[in-house]
Design a protein around this ligand. Sequence first.
Ligand SMILES: [Zn+2]
Ligand SMILES: [Zn+2]
Length: 212
Amino acid sequence: MGQLNAGIVPVTPFQQNCTILFDMDDRNGVVVDPGGDVDQILSVLKDNAITAGAIWITHGHIDHAGGAMDLKDALGIDIIGPHAADKLLLDNLENQGSRYGIAGVRNCVPDRFLAEGDTVSFGNHTFEVLHCPGHAPGHVVYYNRAAKFAHVGDVLFRGSVGRTDLPGGDHAALIASIKEKLLPLGDDIGFICGHGPGSRFGDERRTNPFLT
Ligand SMILES: [Zn+2]
Ligand SMILES: [Zn+2]
């Protein structure tokens, strides 16, 4: 088994960072948050000779989960996550789609919901599941201790934090998730987030205006 690598495919009008996590040697991996533009995700997998063994979802918003069922059907793989607290959001993706004028969105039915303390893996790359509510009630973060890497979805951004004005949002819970679960993992943890460039927890702890 080789090193963990990540490739980003921006999808949907929200420019969401659909993330392909894969092993550099055997090129097996997973697709995190296929919010839409599934044909584009499929061609990136094909062009880079990457085999996706599962779909991992961080939370139930349309830009993260809207294309999951189509990708599942295209590849015959399971949808894993988020936490069951996002079931209501996942059951209403088609409504979210019509509200935002996005066609072709399907409600998402995960094969497995996740809870705090679960682990998910591909090859020998193991990720701990952290339940981080606030932006969405069932938001999870995928943390790879060995690689000092986390996929934080819409919990934390470079210089910002997730919005909490959507249904189920809770700003105090969001800040608690970041300060009590993410930042203690260490300043040297690098992360990819749902929108825009990634960062490191230490840089956010020191400079993010929402955390100081
Ligand atoms: Zn979101
Ligand atoms: Zn998002």
